[in-house]
Design a protein around this ligand. Structure first.
Ligand SMILES: [Zn+2]
Length: 526
């Protein structure tokens, strides 16, 4: 009965949430592939584009829309023409949507070619590097692809992608996918083509066009791993990004096969610290120091290749499936390399941030009230999401946790997911009912705020623990460390009421008593 009630609540919440992600999805059109043919120049920031978009109509063949920010004053795009194969088709271009009316045929697989031009205000950042070199960097997350690429600019519709970049020949070009052509053309320009056959979301496709020094760092299970850095940072950059091979191997070993044709690590102009572009990660310009200071960041962005890029949230409100996972898997990588001490250190810092954030923003990880994708990134979706995975791991045990993670990835590789999909897999693998766990940690705000004391009398230690938070009573196992002369005994108690009391037999009084000594519970001591 309790479980059913939770299930119903969750279904209602899920329904509500899908109403919150306000992106207007196409009813039948599903993009299979994009080919973006782009001409860049040095005279101005104008781009000329030709997008070939192959659509599969899943049900009836009807009107569909692509996102493209239209020209207004200095910035934005103008559409020159829209063709279905070689036939000009009717379309409208209003409110930054190209609405295309297919020809009246039965055929369900069709290719549309959109010719367009303009100056992108965002998404494709045309600027200079910190060394004063002209540069073009794709920086799409979350929904800025529409400033330069006509596309279904939402993570729910993923497609294979090809970039055909024509630029002055002095540039080096890197992009999502495998390089399949580099040709100098007659007029001082160079054509570079990259193709990624795996389906990717527009939030994580990119190009980098500037003067680069690039180097193959290694080959990991057939995946070429490279560094693309500014020539001035050549040796420091190759050294700092060198750890990417080790990180890639760790995640392949522990999660499953990598989804993309390569892994380039690119120094870039990005508004983020790092942007996890599929197979072509962008790291902020000053990430290169030569002192190997960004291993955690590199691990985070590489973890995204599995979570966020390959198993992709179907809805912006479930972005913790991307950010919470990347946060925790970066910790798991570091735990693997530096030991459990590192896990505890990272989670201790994250817990502080979560508590601080919650004082100002009391909201759950999946927050139905957020409608702007830019606002889904928060301490909740990163650090708290990571903490939830840490607690899930402890609840299930390492073996079931890792088996569940592998099964989840294997099931949703190159697909789309919602929180309930992850929950179901973890339930199947562990044989445990996790409704309450997901309900309280993902869909409910806050965490246990505990007031407690202990006393010792006649060979017994007594603990009194009170949940003081107002809104919700949590149900959780709590580890208690009884410390005596440098050694520690751990006792686990289950707490579900507001007030709990526990007694343990103990020969002599402990030196100290600590709640959650090994950092397995997100709690605040009051
Ligand atoms: Zn991230």
């Amino acid at each position: 009965m309790k479980n059913n009630l939770f299930l119903i609540t969750q279904l209602l919440i899920c329904h509500l949430i899908s109403a919150q992600d306000t992106y207007q999805r196409n009813s039948s059109a599903d993009v299979q592939s994009y080919i973006f043919d782009l001409k860049l120049n040095d005279k101005n920031n104008h781009i000329e584009g030709k997008a070939k978009v192959t659509i599969n109509f899943q049900n009836e063949v009807n009107e569909f829309a692509l996102d493209l920010i239209a020209k207004s004053e200095n910035y934005g795009m103008q559409v020159v023409s829209v063709f279905e194969d070689s036939i000009k088709v009717n379309y409208t271009y209003e409110n930054n949507k190209i609405k295309i009316i297919p020809t009246p045929e039965e055929e369900k697989n069709r290719t549309y070619t959109i010719q367009y031009k303009g100056i992108p205000e965002r998404g494709l950042v045309i600027d200079t590097t910190k060394f004063g070199e002209r540069s073009f960097f794709g920086d799409n997350w979350p929904n800025l692809a529409r400033h330069w690429l006509p596309s279904v600019d939402h993570p729910s519709d993923k497609a294979s992608i090809e970039f055909r970049i024509t630029a002055p020949e002095h540039y080096d070009v890197v992009a999502t996918g495998e390089k399949i052509e580099e040709s100098n053309l007659d007029n001082g320009t160079k054509l570079t083509i990259y193709r990624e056959p795996a389906p990717v979301a527009m939030k994580v496709v990119t190009i980098g066009v500037t003067k680069f020094a690039s180097r193959l760092l290694g080959d990991v299970e057939g995946i070429p791993v490279s560094a693309w850095v500014y020539p001035e940072n050549r040796l420091d950059g190759f050294s700092d990004y060198g750890v990417a091979t080790k990180v890639l191997q760790f995640f392949i070993d522990n999660i499953g096969p990598y989804s993309y044709t390569k892994l380039a690590n690119m120094q870039a102009k990005t508004q983020w610290g790092g942007l996890e572009n599929a197979g072509n990660i962008a790291y902020f310009e000053n990430s290169v120091t030569g002192k190997n200071e960004v291993e955690g960041l590199i691990a985070h962005e590489i973890a995204h290749q599995w979570f966020g890029n390959s198993a992709t949230e179907n809805d912006w409100n479930h972005v913790w499936l991307s950010e919470g996972f990347a946060t925790y898997f970066a910790i798991l990588y570091q735990e693997g390399v530096y030991g459990d001490k590192k896990r505890k250190e990272e989670l201790g810092l994250d817990r502080k941030q979560i508590i601080e954030y919650y004082q100002k923003n009391p909201s759950p990880i999946v927050d139905a009230s957020i409608t702007d994708p830019m606002k889904v990134l928060s301490t909740n979706t990163y650090q708290k999401g990571g903490w939830v995975l840490n607690m899930l791991r402890h609840k299930l045990g390492d073996e079931a946790f890792w088996k569940g993670i592998k099964t989840y990835y294997n099931t949703y590789q190159n697909g789309n997911v919602m929180t309930i999909d992850f929950q179901k897999i973890m339930e199947e693998v562990s044989g445990k009912d996790l409704n309450l766990f997901f309900q309280q940690w993902i869909f409910t705000k806050g965490y246990p705020e505990l007031k407690w004391d202990w006393s010792y009398k006649k060979g017994k230690i007594t603990l009194n623990i009170i949940q003081t938070q107002k809104q919700y009573l949590f149900d959780f196992p709590l580890e208690i460390g009884l410390q005596k002369e440098g050694t520690s005994i751990i006792k686990t108690v289950q707490i579900s009421n507001r007030k709990s009391s526990f007694k343990f037999a103990l020969d002599s009084p402990p030196d100290s008593v600590v709640l959650d000594p090994n950092l397995w519970l997100l709690l605040q001591e009051k």
